[in-house]
Ligand binder design. Structure first.
Ligand code: NAP
Ligand code: MG
Length: 455
């Protein structure tokens, strides 16, 4: 096996080398998972719950190390990484409540008793990106295991370290061998093999819409269940009747968080024209004040991009003649830095407003009426998240219902909570993660009819 050289994006230095898995390692991991499945699905629900709680405790005990590892490998501020590791722990605890609550139904029918069961699928393949490596892995691993499946997790090649730690912690916490397997290798080899593998029942994928399309097509051959969490280009709609100070303070973290490498990024800031100048005036100090720098330094709010290639892709959206209205700070190299950048005004069909940039670039798009705002918000192939800022409650709910998106928040810039469903409309994906909904995607419904009247 060759080695993956894992690079620290803030320094461009190699921070670790790990063996690079290939198709053979995927086959071996799937075989281990398949062998472990009959015993794992038979573990008593309360015992499976206990093991998941023990895993949560084991992660919590390593919270600071894991946060530092993730901060270095993904280039994210240590404060953010701590928050993410907290969410990982919470996610395992939340789904530890599931094994004993995976309820079926009894359905009134003639001649007998009809009941349903939620059965695990078997071996599930989990493919995750580099932007929130362990967090997104936990959103998949925890419900999959809670429902009685065995998993093969493929982290992104750029950020395999936290997933490899999780594999060790799971064994330490007492999960049986083969229940949680990690294969660190390239998507085109390991991811693809998981998608093709006849013994894999389901693929849960988070990543780009382009790769997601190929996964959906590849999975069709073996009729695998597929859930996809894909890209976004979400709207942050600011009405003139909003608390503009609050809206302007909340807008930068909503798009520059994780250096903009966030599928939830509210990267289209739709602002009512009558308050455009005031909003931009309030936005400017908020953007210029973002502390960009060493991810391990306390107080850093934005780190580097993940790679040189990502920086090049982001830069292509800010050519010489781009309408740069605000530009924040960024250190000089080494490191894949890019300054927080606001383009204004931008038309909704400009390339920077239409495509997911996945970097710290926000587009400010003016609108006139509420109707206009809804039309512009919906004029996108994506529909993942979004925000509405207004002091008018009826308008807030009207607009929230009218925008085609999987999660929208009113007078708030966050949309991800452990207990609430998260996922996309349109080309942002299929299926939901988190909350009770995720469990449905890791089980199939079985209907059992017991004749009580002689057949
Ligand atoms: P990506 O290129 O689609 O990769 C995602 C994962 O898929 C990685 O593990 C990758 O492996 C693997 N992969 C690549 N090619 C594959 C193939 N042919 N078959 C199977 N697996 C394959 O996405 P990314 O560049 O890592 O992440 C950025 C994208 O993810 C953005 O578009 C963003 O919107 C999206 N995203 C969505 C969400 C959400 O919840 N909706 C969350 C985060 C990110 P390697 O990288 O190791 O090759
Ligand atoms: Mg990629």
């Amino acid at each position: 096996m060759s080695a993956i050289e894992v690079v620290e994006p803030a320094t461009e230095r190699v921070m670790a080398e790990v063996p690079r898995a290939g198709a053979e390692e995927v086959d071996a991991a799937v075989a281990r998972a398949k062998a472990a499945f009959p015993a794992w699905r038979a573990v008593a629900p309360a015992e499976r719950a206990r093991l998941l709680r023990d895993l949560a405790d084991a992660i919590e005990a390593r919270h600071e190390d894991l946060a530092r590892l993730e901060a270095r490998n993904a280039g994210k501020p240590i404060g953010d990484a701590r928050g993410e590791m907290g969410m990982v722990v919470e996610t395992f605890r939340y789904y530890a409540g599931a094994p004993e609550r995976l309820l079926g139904q009894t359905i009134p029918v003639a001649g007998g008793v009809d009941m349903t069961f939620r059965e695990p699928l078997g071996v599930v393949g989990l493919i995750v990106p580099w932007n929130f490596p362990l967090t997104i892995a936990s959103w998949k691993v925890a419900p999959a295991l809670a429902a009685g499946n065995c998993v093969v997790l493929k982290p992104a090649e750029l950020t395999p370290l936290s997933a490899l730690e999780l594999e060790v912690l799971a064994l330490d916490a007492g999960l049986p061998e083969g229940v949680l397997n990690v294969v660190a290798g390239p998507g085109s080899v390991c991811g693809q093999r998981l998608v093709e593998h006849p013994d894999v029942a389901k693929i849960a994928f988070t990543g780009s819409t382009e790769v997601g399309r190929g996964i959906a097509a590849g999975a069709a051959r073996t009729i695998k269940r597929v859930t996809l969490e894909l890209g976004g280009k979400s709207a942050n709609v600011v009405f003139a009747d909003a608390d503009l100070e609050a809206a302007a303070a909340a807008a930068p973290p909503a798009v520059f968080g994780n250096a903009g490498q966030d599928c939830c990024a509210r990267s289209r800031i739709l602002v009512q024209r009558s308050c455009l100048e005031d909003f931009l005036a309030a936005l400017q100090p908020a953007v210029e004040g973002i502390a960009v720098g060493d991810p391990l330094e306390e107080g850093t709010q934005m780190g580097p991009l993940i790679s040189a290639g990502q920086r090049e892709a982001v830069a292509s959206y800010v050519p010489e003649d781009a309408p740069v209205a605000i530009r924040g700070d960024a250190p000089d190299g080494p490191g894949y830095w890019f300054p927080p950048t606001v383009l204004a005004p931008v038309a909704n069909d400009d390339r920077a407003a239409a495509e997911e940039i996945f970097g710290p670039v926000a587009c400010v798009i003016p609108f006139d009426s509420e109707e206009d705002a809804v039309r512009l918000a919906n004029d996108s192939v994506y529909g993942l998240s979004g925000s509405i800022w207004t002091g008018d409650g009826a308008r807030a709910l009207r607009v929230a219902r009218a925008i085609d998106t999987g999660a929208i928040s009113i007078n708030s810039n966050t949309s991800v909570r452990v207990s609430t469903p998260f996922g996309g409309f349109k080309q942002s994906g299929v299926g939901r993660e988190l909350g009770p909904d995720a469990l449905e995607h890791y089980t199939d419904v079985k209907n059992v009819y017991y004749a009580t009247e002689g057949g």
